[in-house]
Ligand binder design. Sequence first.
Ligand SMILES: [Zn+2]
Length: 208
Amino acid sequence: MRSAGANRLVLEARNVAFLADAMLGNIARKLRIFGFDTVYMAQAHDDEILKVGIKQDRVILTADKELFKRIVKVGARGVLVSGRSSELEDLVHILSKNGITSVGMNGIGSRCSVCNGHLEERTSDQVKNNDDCNNDNDNDDVIVPDKVIACHNQFFQCITCGKIYWEGGHLKRIRALVRNLDAKLIDRDCTTTSTSSSSRRDSSASKG
Ligand SMILES: [Zn+2]
């Protein structure tokens, strides 16, 4: 993870914001972990999704062909996600559609995967479980176990929901995923620029 200041700069450099519909919760979570501003609307009606997507200038991600048709019709930005063989392929598709040729590691640890809030750096003292203060706290996400405090010295906390993060085994998997993604994005970028624009890959982008 990087310092909160560096993370904020990375966030500002990410000029694409997403809106994922109900079927794409895992994709939304991954995009947030990579550092992309991603709203997830699990229970919203299509009208509401379109309204928020347009108002906030977000790329709407959907696996629903009917919703995608409406996105195209109203001139909103969107990517049809269904039909890929794996989550990795879906992510490659989404990112390449938006001109992103590299995810990189810099955005990791800048956003909360649960709520999309910004993360800020905390010391171990700040996240230590203080029994006097937390007797009535039933949210496990804001309590860091003593054994974690003992072997980590860098923590991040979501300023919106309070969830606390630290460098753990899952981040190794995320970094491996990013390396995979970036390799595929570079491949695709080379393929796209070396073939004609008739590539069928472009058929599901509504704009851009
Ligand atoms: Zn959060």
